[in-house]
Design a protein around this ligand. Structure first.
Ligand code: NAP
Length: 273
């Protein structure tokens, strides 16, 4: 989902991205990653490959960590070996979600799920392997190239007139088109390290659903529930608002604007299909 938008955002500002899908490059294959970096000799590598099945990572944490930890380290190290910097997307799931003030870059991490632990392993591998890294924590992504919450809500509304959504998880929905442009901006900068970069503002999944139907002009009642009523394998951080305390943060538009841009792009894609 994010990878395709990153490729587009890079082209839009004049870069010539080499885009490798999983079938062309498995990031767990260290030698293959090294060969790819030697062949393409990039100035920067943006690693959008990851194990993103949050619930699946509870039962398969070792496999998730192989991709999100060791695989991420392979990419960062291979980039370093050819003098390239690395941009590494990470997640709000590295936090436990108990800080209702929101999280800044320096806050203590404490993941509560297998996925969160695997992504934290990746942050550490990347930082150790390549000093020219940007570890970019983002959250609640939605974009036209992947299944996401907005799609799910609009799909449900096609054959029912009410949905039930959790109200006790608060975060920052982020449109991948906006995040991708932000990630690409980083590669011309020198402020390496951890960055928080998510859609501006904050909301609960319930608020998000209400706004989705409002903006899409869809009649569907939204009822609320609490997370404990959803019996999901992986716990989610209840409050994971990402804030940046960097001097010059890359600020993304508010999540409502992200939603509007996403819905416009989705409508265009449907006309073109
Ligand atoms: N989605 C969110 O809400 C969210 C929130 C915060 C951060 N992030 C982070 O943002 C990044 C992008 O996420 P996304 O939502 O765009 O995920 P996505 O749509 O699931 O894309 C991940 C891609 O990685 C590929 N992949 C998996 N294992 C691989 C391997 N060993 N080698 C090469 N490619 C591999 C997947 O291929 P297959 O499809 O073939 O498996 C898929 O194309 C990830 O780092 C994720 O942790 C996501």
């Amino acid at each position: 989902m994010l990878g395709r938008d990153v490729a587009r955002a890079a082209r839009e500002v004049g870069h010539e991205p080499v885009v490798l899908a999983r079938a062309e490059l498995d990031i767990c294959d260290r030698e293959a990653v090294e060969r790819a970096c030697i062949e393409h000799y990039p100035g920067a590598v943006i690693n959008c490959a990851a194990w993103t099945n949050v619930d699946g990572a509870e039962e398969h944490e070792a496999e998730a960590t192989e991709v999100n930890g060791r695989g991420a380290g392979n990419v960062a190290a291979a980039a370093a070996a050819v003098g390239a910097s690395v941009v590494h997307p990470s997640t709000d799931y590295v936090f436990d979600g108990t800080n209702e003030e929101g999280y800044v870059e320096a806050d203590a991490v404490d993941p509560i799920s297998g996925y969160g632990r695997s992504k934290l392993a990746g942050e550490r591998e990347v930082a150790a392997a390549n000093p020219r890294h940007w570890i970019v924590r983002s959250s609640w992504l939605f974009g036209v190239n992947g299944r996401n919450f907005v799609d799910t809500m609009l799909g449900l509304a096609q054959d029912r007139d009410e949905v039930v959504v959790v109200r006790d998880q608060v975060g920052c929905p982020t449109y991948t088109g906006h995040l991708a442009a932000g990630l690409v901006r980083l590669i011309d900068r020198e402020d390496h390290g951890v960055h928080h970069m998510a859609g501006g503002g904050r909301c609960s999944w319930y608020d998000f659903a209400v706004e989705i139907f409002r903006q899409a002009g869809v009649e569907c009642r939204v009822l609320s529930m609490t997370s404990d009523m959803l019996d999901r394998p992986a716990p989610r951080p209840p409050f994971s608002v990402l804030i940046s305390e960097r001097e010059h943060p890359v600020l993304l538009p508010d999540w409502q604007e992200g939603l509007a841009d996403y819905l416009a792009e989705r409508a265009e894609a449907q006309v073109g299909a």
